[in-house]
Each structure stands twice: as C-alpha cells, then as structure tokens.
Design a protein around this ligand. Sequence first.
Ligand code: NAD
Ligand code: UD1
Length: 346
Amino acid sequence: MKILVTGGAGYIGTHTCVELLNAGHEIVVVDNFSNSKLVALERVREITGKLFEVCETDLKDGKTLGRVFSENQIDAVIHFAGLKAVGESVSLPLRYYQNNVAGTLTLCEVMDKFNVRNLVFSSSATVYGQNNQTPFRENLSLNGTNPYGRSKLMIEDILQDLHSSNPEWSIALLRYFNPVGAHRSGKIGEDPNGIPNNLMPYISQVAVGKLNELQVYGDDYETKDGTGIRDYIHVVDLAVGHLKAIEKVILDNGIEAYNLGTGSGYSVMELTQVFENVSGQKIPYKVVKRRAGDVAESYADVSKAKRELNWQAKKGIVEMCIDTWHWQSKNPNGYKCTEEAGAFKN
Ligand code: NAD
Ligand code: UD1
C-alpha cells in the first residue's frame, strides 16, 4: 500500500514510518518541519534502508497537497500533523485551531477530491477530560479542557460528520495515552523544543545533566503514593497500532475510536524510580504544587483495540525507560548537532 503520512518527521510519525516501511508499505511524508527536522527522516532511512518521498509543505496549502495526491496513488492517510503543547494552546488558541482544525479540513477536502477516504487520525486521551472514572473507555462522554484538547474533539466531530455525509469514509480515531520511549537503535526519539512539558523527557534531561531537578507536580492526589498516575505506552507499540488501524480502515468502512495505551498506570514516583534504576543516574526531585488541568489518574481500557484491531502493547515500563535513556544519552541535544544532508528535500 502507499500511505501518506502527515507530520511524519515528528516523534510518533518517524517511529510509524519505520514500522510502515519495515512492513513493506510505500510512504510519502508531508511535513512543514515546524516542530521537527529533516535529519529525523534521514535516520528513518538509515534504520530501514528504504527510500521514500518527502514533501515540505504546510497542510493548509491545499494546492501543494493536491499535487502530492495527483503524483502518487495514495491508498490511505495517517494524519499526525498538529501542534501539541497544551500551555501554548492556552495563550495562542487561534494558532492551534488554525493549524490543527483548518489543516485537517484542507487535508480532508483534498482526500475527498482524489477519492481517498481511508484515514487514521491522531487523537488523544485528553478528550476524556477531567470528570471520567478510570479506566477510560471509548464510549465515555468527552470534554476538552484546553484549546489543544478542544481542537482534537472538534476534529473527531468533523470526521464523524464527514462519515455521516458519505459512508465510504473509513476512519480510525486513535486516542493515544502517554507515548514515551524510542526506537531501540537510539537513532530516533523524542526531541522536544526547549524545556520539556512532559514527564519522561523531563526526567531523561535531568538524567543526562541538562536540567537540574525534576519538579513533581503534587503528591497529595488520591493515588497509591499521592503523585499522578498515567498510562505510558512505548512509541514503537504505538507505531504498530497504526499499522493495525490502517489494515482495519482499508478492510471496513465506518468510523471508530480506539484507545492506544497499555491499560496499566504508573505514578510519577514509580516512573522516576525505574528510570533511576535503568540509567544508573540519580534524579533529584522536589515536590511542588499541582499543575493546573492535571487529573489524578488516567489509564485506558484497551479491550476494544485488542478485540477489533488485534493489537495490544507488548513493551513494559522498564523497556520504555531503557530505550528513552539510550536515545537521550546517545543524542543529548536531540537532533540539533546533526548535519542535515538535505538528501530528500523536494
Ligand atoms: P510532533 O510535534 O513531534 O510531530 C508533529 C509533526 O507535525 C511535526 O513534524 C510538525 O512539524 C508537523 N506539523 C505540525 N503542523 C503541521 C502543518 N500544519 N503542516 C505540516 N506539518 C505540520 O508530535 P508527536 O508527538 O509526534 O504527535 C503527533 C500527533 O499525535 C499530534 O497530532 C499530537 O497532537 C498527537 N498526540 C501526541 C501525544 C504525545 O504525547 N506525543 C499524545 C496524544 C496525541
Ligand atoms: C499532558 C497534557 C495532555 C497531553 C499529554 C501528552 C497537560 C495538562 N496535559 O498530559 O493534554 O495529551 O501531556 O502530550 O499538560 N509531571 C510532573 N513533573 C513534570 C511533568 C509532569 O510531576 O515536570 C507529572 C504530571 O503532573 C502528571 C505526569 O507527570 O501526573 C505525566 O505528565 P505529562 O507527561 O505532562 O502527561 P499528562 O499530564 O498525561
């Protein structure tokens, strides 16, 4: 199959490109590199030994996107391209709605024009909001608590409407829990801009000596040790979930949401402890007040993905920490110090 991957140069996108290429699919990557670097795709080529086309364009440029569809026989689209920083979305809501929602509208219009109606969309567990009981099931009521989360909800609604208007659309809404880890080669991984907002990259940057200490956002939650509980999922497991979702959207028409998580929750202190053990590095920390908008616990009911996609996460918390540490210690500055050869650019 030939699969268009929007946002394919990003963290989850690169890992998914590796799995798609290794499974024998052809890919075309579209990315504007607003939060990624071309070198990440060169690493994908190194890992897989396979060549693929890359088009540097913004998703909102429908004309260029149309050219990509006219020049390639695309069977399905995996749509990662989006902005994802919660705090930034609160201060720049229009940028988030413009990029995430308007970008998706343009993509769907072009897909429709070229009769490509198989789509896998990156949603997020953030759509479960703050008032639901764990484990989160796909049929719970949804609630956006910030512009980023609302952009995901709006897109889920738009895609539902699209399917209602034309049942030939076949769509998987993948609600990721907390992606962490890196490819075991240590060549690709998460490379956040500036100081990380998320726990795992923060811990790994403390371990490698780039940050002094972890701030633990609250130890007074009603959880086993008082710190927040999350369902961390290895990014390679997540990438494999996309392969399964693509198979499903190609076979059946319809629109379905799937949780991609492990189904198990770990606290901030547990994750920190495992990371210390596997890295041999001390992670100094200080408990500070809760972060606004955080829930005490979030973990998935993963039975639907298991039943309908024949997918389940295989990698545990130790492997997640080992692979994160391997990537971080091999690339202390992420992709920054690497020369970009520009071999792929169109
Ligand atoms: P990322 O920022 O690493 O990757 C996103 C990619 O999309 C980047 O390469 C960026 O340059 C590109 N992009 C953004 N806007 C674009 C546009 N308008 N046109 C073209 N390219 C554009 O993020 P990620 O962690 O790989 O996340 C991928 C998707 O998964 C996002 O939609 C994100 O909201 C969603 N998601 C991520 C997480 C997470 O924790 N990483 C959790 C839940 C959902
Ligand atoms: C955050 C986002 C969420 C997004 C998800 C994945 C917020 C409010 N939520 O969720 O919308 O989908 O990332 O990108 O930003 N923690 C610390 N210290 C830190 C960082 C985090 O103690 O420096 C704690 C948090 O309080 C939480 C846990 O670690 O209990 C995980 O945090 P994080 O990695 O940011 O993920 P989420 O809170 O699930």
